[in-house]
Design a protein around this ligand. Structure first.
Ligand SMILES: Nc1ncnc2c1ncn2[C@@H]1O[C@H](COP(=O)(O)OP(=O)(O)OP(=O)(O)O)[C@@H](O)[C@H]1O
Length: 308
């Protein structure tokens, strides 16, 4: 499967400082792709290059096979984007706003506008003034605006910024719908890990302008050690016994619980060991790892590697 968006060794240098350092990845139709990193990591800069708002210092970005540098108009014709908060005329209705934008592009008729309004779930309120809309509804109107020319690729910088949980959910559901039912490639950036975990199929982690990893969300969460909580009758003795047999295991005591950083396969051996040493076990519980835990692990691993 080839990507509809391809970044090939994209680099951005501003005033002799490398802000983005040779980033490459592909995004496919039908997926929600997350661009995740802490503040200042370079997400917005990369997105601005993807939509042609700023130039690329080295490398190239292709949208549907067209280079954003050499075939700018053709490349951006495939993109719908919300980079900053979409500008709306608050004293006009949602519909009047969309009509205004439709007039600036060719070939968008009223039927098309109503189809898109339906798609973003604003049909009932589209003739109300924008000033009466919630932030989530304004975001959906912004979404409608950038869907008017039927792009294949949707690029949204921090789309849920400032929204309450219900608004976040609305946008998340719509973006997943557009990817899954309309086969669009949806690219979102965020520094909110939980949100990315729920919204995305794959995520790219970016830190200090470098791409650290690109993986399916599920793979990010698997394949590493988990925290397993043991509640026993004697935490102190349990720690002695476990660290005697497994000197490298990371153990933390929290009141009457001990937390072990181990793989699933190690659990039966540890249970046997405790039973053989006559330590009663009340509870063994695997703590589900969040994307946040994994993100911290990955960025820490990377930082360790850099410092070695
Ligand atoms: N025009 C510019 N001139 C100088 N430095 C810049 C410019 N644009 C961005 N930077 C720097 O590049 C780095 C990446 O910024 P960017 O806005 O892309 O990060 P981000 O990941 O989007 O962060 P945030 O989540 O805070 O928006 C930052 O250190 C920023 O200060």
């Amino acid at each position: 499967m080839t990507g509809i968006v391809k970044l090939n060794k994209v680099t951005k240098v501003i005033k002799n400082r490398t802000i983005i350092d040779s980033i490459s990845f592909e995004v496919h139709k039908g997926e929600v792709f997350g661009f995740l990193g802490p503040n200042g990591a370079g997400k917005t800069t990369t997105i601005r290059m993807m939509v042609g708002l700023i130039g690329i210092s080295e490398g190239d970005i292709e949208i549907a096979g067209k280079s954003i540098t050499n075939d700018f108009e053709q490349a951006v014709s495939h993109i719908g984007a919300i980079i900053e908060n979409p500008e709306m005329y608050k004293f006009l209705t949602g519909y009047q706003n969309l009509l205004h934008y439709a007039r600036m592009s060719n070939g968008i008729n009223k039927k098309k506008i109503f189809e898109i309004v339906e798609l973003v779930g604003l049909t009932e309120r589209i003739h109300d003034k924008v000033k009466t809309y919630s932030l989530g509804m304004r975001q959906r109107l912004g979404l409608a605006q950038c869907l008017l020319h039927e792009p294949d690729v949707l690029i949204l910088d921090e789309p849920t910024n400032g929204l309450d949980p219900a608004g976040i959910r609305e946008i998340r559901d719509h973006l997943r719908y557009l990817a899954k039912e309309k086969n669009m490639a949806v690219i979102v950036s965020s520094h909110l890990l939980l949100e990315m975990e729920m919204m995305c199929d794959r995520i790219a982690i970016i830190q200090h302008g470098k791409l650290i990893d690109v993986q399916r969300v599920q793979n990010f969460l698997e394949g590493s050690d988990h925290v397993v909580v043991f509640e026993t009758a004697d935490s102190v003795k349990a720690i002695q016994v476990i660290s005697g047999s497994y000197p490298t295991i990371h153990i933390k005591q929290l009141e009457n619980e001990i937390h072990l950083l181990i793989s699933k396969e190690q659990i039966p051996g540890i249970v046997r060991l405790l039973v053989e040493n006559h330590i009663d076990i009340f509870r063994v519980q695997e703590v589900t790892k969040t994307l946040e835990d994994r993100f911290l692990e990955i960025t820490r691993e990377k930082a360790d590697r850099i410092h070695v």
